[in-house]
Design a protein around this ligand. Sequence first.
Ligand SMILES: C[S@@+](CC[C@H](N)C(=O)[O-])C[C@H]1O[C@@H](n2cnc3c(N)ncnc32)[C@H](O)[C@@H]1O
Length: 289
Amino acid sequence: MHTMHTKMRKAPSGLIAVLRINKDWRLFARNVEEMDVKYWNEVAENYDHEIFDVLAHDKSSLISDRIKNFASETGTASDMGCGPGKFLPILSERFRHVYAYDISEKCLEQARDNCVGLANIDYVMADLSKKKIRMPKVDFVLCVNSIIMRSMVKRFRYLRAISDHLNPEGHMILVVPSFESAIFSKIRRIESHMRRGVGYGAAVMAVWRANSRQKASHLQQGIINIDNVPTKHYLKEELFATLRDFGFEILEVMKIEYGWETEFSDPPHWLKEPFPWDWLVTAQKVGPV
Ligand SMILES: C[S@@+](CC[C@H](N)C(=O)[O-])C[C@H]1O[C@@H](n2cnc3c(N)ncnc32)[C@H](O)[C@@H]1O
């Protein structure tokens, strides 16, 4: 049987995760969920169960190593959409001062609790997708799987806030879900059905139906439902074009690879590399746009 929506599935390509079985009633109230402040406060109640832990799954320490490259005893940093603050200890140790932003007061409470004793962090509740956010400028921004809301307007405001908030020549590390990876994963899933004897047409339909609330109008924008939550995924070329428009030069785009168990509850033995991935972007602010 198809296992796409088993409760153990943790987030395609390192993303938002799953386990909404106890909250299914909400699906009747709304067709799909919005990633608004209410959503994130609810997720915070059971954060580690619901949200894929990018830091823990970044086995080659790609993100930490890059943060260390930009470390500065006199510099300042912001973690945009910090969640419960997994990356804050690394930032706190490497920068003079750190700002931890999040839309969710519940996530920020957890971040505070998780970082007791780290005196150089300011916690700020803010919706970074709002117009005209005023924040102190910093030398470095980290933003991991936070600009994933379905509204392009909101995503662009968020990017604008980051760009306006970085000092000239400041650096950003951005992690986002990969559209290529999500589609690749679906192709592998179809193949997995067929290898178990399911006919081609039935295999295609099984994978499509498993995501039955997926809107085609979303798909054309790179928005894929993860357990009924429309989630923005990015193409590599899209990252180049979009970030350039917000005054960034991309220095590097890499894959953060995860095991197939992040996509399949019981990955078949033949399923090897290439593995599912998120995009890890290192960019520098080159000028006002
Ligand atoms: C998937 S979690 C990632 C948390 C953290 N960056 C990590 O990787 O461990 C996304 C975070 O972004 C925050 N977020 C989403 N939309 C936001 C917005 N408009 N402004 C500020 N934070 C936002 C959420 O509250 C959530 O904590």
